[in-house]
Design a protein. Structure first.
Length: 274
């Protein structure tokens, strides 16, 4: 994180712009217990969209449905998402629904289907390690969707998700092979949410085989992780956005992610070594 405040995130986004890298902004926080918190979150992101637009930043926003009231009232969460989708469209930006643990997968996809019907500038995150994801991806195809594909970081039971890296990577590649033809036809926006540069290179080879150029491949990476690779990919013509998190809920979020999936500890530790 560049800092807890949105201004910190905005400064980071401005610095990335000079290197040809866009921004995906998200304020940490989830599982709110009062709808007044959800309304405050909506108002915050409306301000974010306005400020980013005024600063000339190519910035999109990503929100967790439980941050907008999904645990309390699904209809209220939808109304909040619809309000943000309208604000994103007005700012010529884009709204992403982040994906949480598998207990929320179906509800999140239901929200996205409702939202996409009237708001084309919206997308949803899918997790490659879940066994259900291929079916979910196929089910979304008729919507001309936007999908950010990640490997998955939550701890999940073995009957729901793969845990071995080799198996997760194979699933990621298979999903990309499934979706890239739709990308070429202009029927799907696919974003590779991964720091695995070898995996990105393999996906790009699939894209090249289909006659696609680097500019048709989008990549998102987290702030502070493999920045040199982000710069390299942008210089090579990829569409690159840095996912910049901020907010005072970082400590709880960070510890929960490390506790849920011990492999995350080693991943973070490797980033600290030059």
């Amino acid at each position: 994180m560049p800092g807890e405040q949105f201004d910190d995130a905005l400064k980071a986004a401005i610095a990335f712009k000079a290197q040809g890298i866009g921004a995906l902004l998200t304020r940490l926080g989830e599982n709110i217990t009062d709808l007044s918190e959800a309304r405050a979150t909506v108002e915050h992101y409306e301000s974010v969209l306005s400020s980013a637009s005024a600063a000339g930043i190519d910035a999109e926003i990503s929100v967790k449905p439980t941050q907008l009231g999904l645990d309390i009232d699904q209809d209220a969460a939808y109304e909040n998402l619809e309000r943000l989708a309208s604000a994103a469209a007005k700012a010529n930006s884009f709204l992403w629904l982040d994906m949480e643990g598998s207990a929320y997968t179906q509800a999140t996809l239901d929200l996205y289907r409702r939202l996409r019907a009237g708001h084309p500038r919206t997308g949803v995150c899918l997790q490659a390690y879940l066994y259900r994801t291929v079916e979910d991806a196929l089910g979304l195809m008729p919507l001309n969707p936007a999908i950010r594909l990640v490997k998955g970081a939550y701890a999940e039971p073995p009957d729901r998700a793969a845990s071995a890296k080799k198996e997760v990577d194979a699933s990621y590649l298979a999903l990309c092979a499934l979706m890239l033809p739709e990308v070429k036809r202009g029927q799907l926006r696919l974003v590779l949410g991964s720091h695995d540069v070898e995996l990105i290179a393999r996906v790009t080879r699939f894209a090249h085989a289909l006659g696609m150029e680097n500019g048709k491949v989008e990549v998102n990476m987290l702030y502070g992780i493999r920045t040199d690779q982000q710069v390299r990919l942008a210089a090579e013509g990829y569409v690159v956005k840095d996912l910049i998190s901020y907010g005072d809920a970082w400590y709880q979020w960070y510890l929960r992610r490390l506790a849920e999936r011990p492999a995350n500890v080693m991943f973070v530790a490797r980033q600290l070594v030059p």
